[in-house]
Design a protein around this ligand. Structure first.
Ligand code: FES
Length: 152
């Protein structure tokens, strides 16, 4: 959805800033907030650009840098941690050849940590572009990454 269309869905109130930034970022193919989007949100909400920039840079859920086509977020909260999230994380780093917070050179994957995804019953879990994968094992991770690579 275009940025202007997203803005018009909301009342021009500062209370809507977080939701607007979320929607704009979700609509970005590179999963990030570019400078033009921050300025558009500031103008629409009649907020100082510096304030909007400060909010976007404060919360880890927002990125001011382009990210990979597949944004992988692995849960590191205690239930997932206890059930093997560290092993899954190591396997992801090995398969992708990158660390957390990084993007593969082909721009296909970005790896991030997150707190609870709300699906502790299927821990360990991760989210890729909004889709949840649970009951992860080292073996399953390889197949998931292969499938994601195939959908170019
Ligand atoms: S702790 Fe990982 S989904 Fe809740």
């Amino acid at each position: 959805m275009k940025r202007d269309k997203i803005l018009k869905q909301y009342e021009a109130s500062g209370d809507n800033l977080l939701a607007i930034l979320h929607d704009i970022q979700d609509a970005s193919a590179e999963h990030y907030l570019d400078d033009a989007s921050l300025r558009a949100a500031a103008d629409y909400l009649k907020l100082p650009y510096s304030f909007v920039y400060g909010v976007a840079s404060f919360y880890t859920m927002y990125s001011l840098e382009p990210r990979g086509k597949n944004l992988i977020r692995i849960c590191q909260s205690p239930p997932c941690h206890l059930l093997g999230a560290s092993t899954i994380s190591r396997e992801l780093m090995r398969l992708l050849g990158i660390g957390f917070g990084a993007t593969t050179p082909d721009k296909l994957f970005t790896l991030e940590m997150t707190s609870c995804l709300g699906v502790c019953g299927v821990a360990p879990a991760m989210m890729v572009n909004g889709r949840v994968y649970g009951n992860l094992t080292r073996e399953r991770i390889g197949g998931i990454i292969e499938d994601l690579r195939r959908v170019k």
